[in-house]
Design a protein around this ligand. Structure first.
Ligand SMILES: Cc1ncc(COP(=O)(O)O)c(C=O)c1O
Length: 372
């Protein structure tokens, strides 16, 4: 079998399973992207036109004073000691985890954590305890048995998303922080889907719960509600200093262009003061969930990410195709993005969706489910 045969047969297998993926030019009303606050369609706030190229690693000529300004604005937003910009949320999670967690360390990770957390843990080669989704008892069982081993010099960590990307439910952060304190574990929270949307001035769930001083680090991306390229890690000065010296995902990659830093500086005050959009988002998500329930459609989660689990991959694709034909850009999410047997429609509500459109979509979802 040649290499090409291997690829062709893997692709054929994906087609057979209904899991083949390809790009599609966006069409229809957007219920797919993570543009929760609706900024992607607004013009950028005015900002200086800085260089459009990073040209080198930030540790070489890729640094620009704009990044110092961005990082200090972000630190102030979170009340964190320090912030370190990264090129993407994927790189931020994978880089943070693989730098900070070492072989022999023990990490409890929620079973639904994102692929970049899973990959970071693989790179870290640490010991992993995968706890059932949001299950505090299971997490505590793991912590207890790890504590009983009494190994010295080995660190314990807990890592969770604050709002789960495919399930639309929130982690019980306060309770997890209590367990972390009780068992001497460091807490890391991925705020990819929360940043901009929760808490005082939109800085996320960690700050909303007053947990800043109790987390080792929180990870944020600009790529979702903030509609900005890049991502960052918030934590202590010592952490960002250590990462600057050891994190391969920062050291061995080209810095983001300074022009992007100018966008961040212009975009941040908008999101910080945009209480209205946060309120619209909350109200519209609640309204859409109520419209689905009124039509007998069971949705998972509680927030503006609304999963409707169908189970079978092909049926989920068929339901999404019907919705797309009616002008709604809703996609089917299949394994490996979600566990096998839980293919779903993932409907992402945005602050600027019109109520009438939400009602029409709820009708169409109910109709699609009865036909697939
Ligand atoms: C929970 C979670 N963490 C991290 C990421 C990665 O962020 P980015 O898109 O900025 O690479 C994603 C993106 O899908 C995500 O859903």
């Amino acid at each position: 079998m040649t290499l090409f045969d291997r690829w062709t047969s893997a692709l054929d297998q994906l087609r057979g399973q209904g899991r083949y993926r390809q790009f599609a030019v966006p069409d229809g009303i957007d219920f797919t992207s993570n543009d929760y606050l609706g900024y992607a369609s607004l013009p950028n706030p005015p900002c200086p036109d800085l260089s459009r190229s990073g040209t080198a690693s930030r540790l070489l000529r890729g640094h620009h004073p704009v990044w110092d300004e961005v990082e200090s604005a972000l630190s102030a937003w979170h009340g964190a000691e320090a912030v370190l910009m990264m090129t993407s949320g994927y790189a931020a999670n994978e880089g943070l985890i693989s730098t900070v967690m070492e072989p022999g360390d023990w990490v409890a990770t929620d079973e639904l954590n994102h692929a970049c957390i899973v990959d970071g843990l693989r790179l870290a080669k640490c010991r992993r305890f995968v706890f059932r989704h949001n299950d505090l008892n299971h997490l505590e069982e793991g912590l207890k048995s790890e504590a009983a081993r009494c190994e010295t010099g080995r660190e314990r960590f807990i890592i969770t998303e604050s709002l789960f990307s495919m399930d639309g439910d929130r982690a019980p952060l306060r309770e997890i922080a209590d367990l972390a304190d009780r068992y001497g574990a460091h807490l890391v929270v991925d705020e990819a889907h929360s940043t901009g949307c929760y808490g005082p001035y939109g800085s996320g769930c960690v700050d909303e719960a007053g947990l800043r001083s109790r987390v080792l680090a929180s990870v944020h991306t600009g790529g979702k509600a903030l509609s900005l390229p890049g991502a960052y890690i918030a934590g202590s000065k010592l952490l960002t200093e250590y990462l600057t010296n050891r994190c391969r995902h920062l050291i061995f990659t080209t810095a983001l262009p300074p022009a992007v830093g100018a966008w961040w500086l212009a975009g941040l005050p908008r999101v910080q003061s945009d209480h209205n959009r946060r309120l619209w988002l909350e109200n519209k998500a609640a309204r859409f969930r109520a419209e689905l329930a009124a039509r007998g459609v069971r949705a998972g989660g509680t927030e503006y990410i609304v999963p409707v689990v169908i189970g079978d991959d092909a049926r989920a694709v068929a339901a999404a195709t019907r919705l797309q034909e009616e002008g709604f850009d809703v996609r089917a999410i299949r394994p490996p993005s979600v566990p096998p047997g839980t293919a779903r429609l993932r409907i992402s509500i945005h602050a600027d969706h019109e109520p009438a459109v939400l009602i029409r979509l709820a009708e169409s979802v109910a109709d699609a489910l009865s036909h697939v």
